[in-house]
Write a protein that binds this ligand. Structure first.
Ligand code: GDP
Ligand code: IMO
Ligand code: MG
Length: 420
């Protein structure tokens, strides 16, 4: 049986914390897409850790963690992350497995990401510049190199061939930066990667499933950044939705049971692209400061706004969400009143769907106001002790989305979570 935890918004919903919380109930925790564009924050012994590629189950010593074939892997970042988790006593050599089919992010992918963004002028995607787009382009373009290729004696020849192709593209972009230092670091990190347990991920995971083991698939980014269903072209380059679990790990759809969708009690987005409920005023500043909304990977300030139920309903539909976890509810503690977007005005007409290109239509969010609870909920341990205003808010969400909010996260700490 496979359960999935994924983001329902534009990323940074608190997936890392929630995966770490649920990991105790599973045997295998597996990343199925994305790469080091992700930044998943966890607190271990009250110390903050940000994971980019290692699954968020790594701090549970009896759990197996798998980087699946759907991930694009940066060996340099992996080496740094392994060092960081080792400081917590994690034996990553024992607990971390990598699919041989995962594609490698090369230094030239990072350069191409940067060159592509620079060429876009004012139409930048706001990519994390980790080489994600170019690495997935080489995968679907059937040029990429995979982790399993590292064990092939012709790896360097293959690398040089691809490097030449990339150089021609970089020349077209007139990209001048010297990447030799990146390449040196990259080849060192490949030696580190070769020592890992590189496995056939699809057999590995299906054998576990056949033996009755429980798998938790950990999504990165969010549903509105999905390459097909997100706010294209302002999206990432992978399938961030539940369907991505099948192709990103090699599991059949019938194996998927619970799809646990994570949403913040409000909404954030980092990078460019449409964001109907964005607050460009002091309320937005309040959310950014109270919620410490600065990117875990890039440090960029996150754009902040009210929760968007039209987008959430869409995400529930596309993913088949069976339960919701609401995070950062404590950030709303300081508000007298909060707003919930429950429809859009598209070219003056009230709609409750996501238009083809949000940024090309005149779109305004329509809100319903709720009374804030205006109390500190960060130490509340059970739902019955939550303020009535919060219960009203949750009850409205349940009715609107027709998917129950099952947990409310009321702080970044490992134990700050309340069952609803
Ligand atoms: P992810 O990418 O979805 O894993 O989310 P990030 O780690 O990028 O961003 C979520 C941020 O919110 C992190 O700094 C978490 O420590 C923090 N966080 C998660 N849940 C809560 C919560 O319920 N309350 C508060 N105050 N912070 C939270
Ligand atoms: P986690 O897993 C938030 C955004 C970037 C940019 C767009 C494309 O921590 O939630 P990319 O580098 O993927 O080509 O960038 O996607 N983005 C994220 N935003 N959280 C993330 O990951 C993100 N990963 C990518 O800001 O707008
Ligand atoms: Mg993040």
């Amino acid at each position: 049986m496979v359960d999935v935890i994924l983001g329902l918004q534009w990323g940074d919903e608190g997936k890392g914390k929630i995966v770490d919380f649920f990991a105790k109930n599973y045997d295998v925790i597996a990343r199925f897409q994305g790469g080091p564009n992700a930044g998943h924050t966890l607190y271990v012994n009250d110390k903050k850790v940000v994971l980019h590629q290692i699954p968020s189950g790594i701090f549970h010593e009896d759990k197996t963690n798998l980087i699946g074939n759907g991930v694009v892997l940066d060996a340099v970042t992996l080496k740094k992350e392994c060092k960081a988790v080792a400081e917590f006593g994690v034996d990553y050599k024992k607990n971390l497995f990598i699919s041989e089919r995962a594609h490698l992010i090369l230094p030239t992918h990072r350069a191409l990401d940067k060159a592509s963004e620079l060429s876009k002028g004012n139409d930048k995607i706001g990519s994390t510049l980790k080489g994600i787009g170019p690495a997935y382009m080489d995968k679907t373009g059937r040029n990429g190199l995979r982790v399993g290729d590292l064990l092939d004696k012709n790896f360097t020849t293959q690398y040089i061939k691809l490097r030449l192709k990339h150089q021609r593209l970089l020349d077209n972009f007139n990209f001048q930066e010297d990447i030799s230092a990146w390449e040196e670091e990259f080849f060192e990190a490949l030696e580190f990667l070769r020592e890992f347990k590189i496995v056939n991920g699809e057999y590995f995971i299906n054998e576990k499933l056949n033996a009755g083991k429980k798998v938790l698939a950990e999504g990165a980014q969010g549903s509105m950044l999905d390459v097909d269903f997100g706010t294209f072209p302002f999206v990432t380059s992978s399938s961030t939705i539940s369907a991505g679990v099948c192709t990103g790990l090699g599991v059949a759809p019938q194996k998927i049971k619970e799809v646990i969708g994570i949403t913040k009690a409000y909404c954030t987005r980092v990078g460019s692209g449409p964001f109907p409920t964005e607050l460009l005023d002091d309320k937005g500043d309040f959310l950014r400061n109270a919620g410490n909304e600065f990117g875990s990977t890039t440090g960029r300030p996150r754009r902040c706004g009210w929760i968007d139920l039209v987008a959430l309903q869409f995400a529930c539909m596309i993913n088949g969400v069976t339960q919701i976890v609401m995070t950062k509810a404590d950030i709303l503690d300081g508000l007298e009143e909060l707003q919930v977007c429950n429809s859009y005005l598209v070219n003056g007409e009230e709609k409750n769907y996501i238009p083809f290109q949000m940024n090309k239509v005149d779109l305004k969010a329509v809100y319903k106001a709720f009374k804030g609870w205006h109390t500190d909920i960060s130490n509340v341990k059970d739902f019955s002790s939550m303020p009535q205003e919060m219960k009203t808010y949750i009850s409205f969400l349940n009715d609107f989305l027709k998917v129950p909010v099952k947990y409310i996260s009321n702080g970044p700490g490992r134990n700050q979570i309340v069952s609803a």
